[in-house]
Design a binder for this molecule. Sequence first.
Ligand SMILES: [Ca+2]
Length: 118
Amino acid sequence: MSKALLLTPLVVFVLSILYAAQPPAKKSEDSGAPTQATYGFAAPVRLEAAGKPIDTEIGHAAPLVVDFDGDGKNDLLVGQFGDGILWVYKNVGTNAQPKYAAGVKFMEGKWDGRVPTG
Ligand SMILES: [Ca+2]
C-alpha cells in the first residue's frame, strides 16, 4: 500500500476537525424539534510540517489535534503502529491557520515514551 493511501485518512480526519466541526444540533425551545445542523468536509490537502509532508514510518496512523504543550494553540499528535511511536508536531502558526514544526518523537522515542504493539 502506498504512503499516499495511508496518509489520506489522516488528512481527512484532521481536516474534519479543523475546518468542519460544528456545534451539535440543539432542540428548539419553541417546538422541541431538533434544528438542522450542517456538517461537511473541506477539500483534502496534504498536511506539512517544516515544509515536508507529514507521514509515518509504518501505517495505521492515529492523529489527534490537541493543545499538547498548553500554549493555547492546537498541535498535531500522530501515533504510529510501527514501534508504538507518538509524533508531536508543534503548531507554530495559529489555531485558524496552523503551521507545524518538524515532528519530534514523544520522549525522544525512548521505551518509556512508546506504546508496545505486540
Ligand atoms: Ca500547543
